[in-house]
Design a protein around this ligand. Structure first.
Ligand code: PLP
Length: 385
């Protein structure tokens, strides 16, 4: 199997699986219990929190565990708006993940004003537009750090500076950036930042929200005293342990992984450009998560390519995993100005820690032939832009 869909999810690192397995055999206590088996689990969670906080340049008390990147995004946006009832506007971008996009949509239905900042052809947000969109009613700016479909990295530092001058809080969805580029909450200047374990070789169903100390925010989930009363519910202890271990490993391996993945992705990118006619590379050439490649194959339906590759046990994506199967065109590809039929011909390949040179070689053998054969039978317009 050649897995090129690491932006959808990553395989669990064997060392993470081992750590979780060991933990689950030895500890079952409730971290809220006051006797030793509970206290021990609380200490283990604290260790994981410490590792994650350190990796983000934060302090432990600024990290709240959640059930996913999606929950972290919801919590950040809704929690801030709940705490600032006198304000009724948020600013986000046209290319956010559905976790932010659909939260914004819900808020719009409730009467909030949401401004969607457009992006250029590479998927970079228009900072001047954003600056002009800020009003005295703006509570929050939520812009992702790296886009899941294109990998394009956003100028969050610049956005934070602008926001600070206007007294507006900034949230960034760093789910795709964490572990792949330097993510430091102080360098970025953000007030809130979302991460998720399953994108960094950790388990599914656990995420975290960084909340800068002193930020006024209300909980999304009410109940017991867990997570400093900011996110009630007995902790996903085994998930948190896995998350901590996954972050420990990315911290250790980051530079090595980053270089290797970038090199493999570049080989794949160049190989596709050389071997396949009429392709278009989507995303920013430089300011991009290097392991994310998005190509349009003129004249084809992406699903046909995906299915043909799957018969060779090569797994790619036609967009974000969450919109897979949806009929409509990717809002991200639409936002960068692709014609609908070009957007529908686009494939995302996202590389990760476990990909090899052999994987790239095999894809470069199989893909050109698949595209050639599909084009022979395709009735679609093959015209390039
Ligand atoms: N934000 C981005 C940018 C993502 O890519 C994803 C997952 O695809 C999420 C949020 C959602 O994370 P989770 O799957 O943990 O809910």
């Amino acid at each position: 199997m050649i897995y090129l869909d690491n932006n959808a999810t990553t395989p669990l690192d064997p060392a993470v699986a081992e750590k979780m397995s060991q933990f689950s055999k030895e500890h079952f206590g409730n971290p809220s219990s006051l006797y030793p088996i509970g206290r021990k689990v609380k200490d283990i969670i604290t260790e994981a929190r410490e590792v994650i906080a350190k990796a983000l340049g934060a302090v432990r008390t600024e990290i709240i565990f959640t059930a996913s990147g999606t929950e972290s995004d919801n919590f950040a946006i809704r929690g801030i708006l709940d705490a600032l009832p006198e304000k009724n506007e948020i600013i986000t971008s046209a290319i956010e993940h559905p976790a932010v996009m659909n939260t914004a949509g819900y808020l719009e239905e409730k009467g909030m004003k949401v401004t969607y900042v457009p992006v250029d052809q590479y998927g970079t947000v228009d900072v001047d537009f954003l600056k002009k969109a800020i009003t005295s009613q703006t509570a929050l700016i939520s812009i992702m750090l790296a886009n899941n479909e294109l990998g394009t990295i956003q100028p969050i530092e610049k956005i934070s500076k602008i926001a600070k001058e206007r007294g507006v809080l900034v949230h960034t969805d760093a789910v795709q950036a964490f572990g792949k580029i330097d993510v430091n909450v102080n360098k970025l200047g953000v007030d809130l930042l979302s991460v998720s374990a399953h994108k960094i070789y950790g388990p599914k169903g656990v995420g975290a929200l960084y909340i800068r100390k002193g930020t006024d925010i209300l909980p999304l989930i009410y109940g017991g005293h867990q997570e400093r009363e900011m996110r009630a519910g007995t902790e996903n202890t085994i998930g948190i342990v896995g998350f901590g271990e996954a972050v420990r490993i990315i911290t250790e391996k980051k530079d090595k992984d980053k270089k290797r993945i970038a090199k493999l992705a570049e080989q794949l990118k160049q190989g596709i450009k050389e071997k396949i006619p009429k392709v278009k590379f989507n995303g920013h050439e430089i300011k991009r998560i290097k392991g994310t490649l998005n190509f349009s194959f003129y004249g084809l339906e992406a699903e046909a390519i995906l299915l043909a590759l799957a018969t060779k046990e090569i797994y790619v994506s036609t967009g974000s995993a969450c919109s897979e199967g949806a009929e409509e065109v990717s809002h991200v590809l639409e936002a960068i100005g692709l014609r609908p039929e070009v957007a529908r011909s686009s494939i995302r390949m996202s590389l990760g820690r476990f990909n090899t040179e052999e994987d790239v070689k095999t894809v470069l053998e199989e893909l050109p032939e698949i595209v050639r054969k599909l084009r022979e039978i395709s009735a679609l317009d093959i015209e390039e832009d």
